[in-house]
Design a protein around this ligand. Structure first.
Ligand code: SF4
Ligand SMILES: [Zn+2]
Length: 123
């Protein structure tokens, strides 16, 4: 059984638990274990570090003073994800542009190989 620490009383509880058995804090949204409910820790609001606040796409009524939210998406994590994506995309793009730039040479090399094979086969 995987456990998480309750954001309020810090007791270890089952990570599928809908509410904390010790302090009754709601841990999941709509009573569904598959929907995590994010909670602000301390005095801050979730929206302060949320991607949807920064890109202004959130239309939840509790914004920008959400203390808990099902849609919360940490901005730092999103940035990291994007950077990683960018990185892998960058490599593929690099290969593509290299091939494009050297297309003629690659073609000539291919022809040369074919000729070579032909010569070997017929001799
Ligand atoms: S998704 Fe939730 S945490 Fe994010 S800005 Fe909207 S209300 Fe705030
Ligand atoms: Zn608790």
């Amino acid at each position: 059984m995987a456990t998480v620490s309750c954001p309020r009383c810090h007791q270890l509880v089952d990570n599928q638990a809908i509410s904390c058995p010790y302090c009754r804090t709601t841990l999941k949204a709509y009573g569904h274990p598959g929907i995590p409910l994010h909670r602000a820790t301390g005095d801050g609001y979730l929206c302060e570090t949320c991607t949807y606040q920064v890109d202004d796409t959130c239309n939840f009524p509790q914004r920008p003073y959400a203390k808990d939210c099902t849609l919360y998406q940490n901005i730092e994590e999103t940035k990291l994800d994007l950077e990683q994506q960018h990185h892998s995309n960058g490599f593929a793009v690099n290969v593509k542009t290299w091939v494009k730039r050297n297309q003629t040479w690659l073609l000539l090399l291919g022809l040369l190989l074919v000729c070579l094979l032909f010569v070997i086969a017929t001799s």
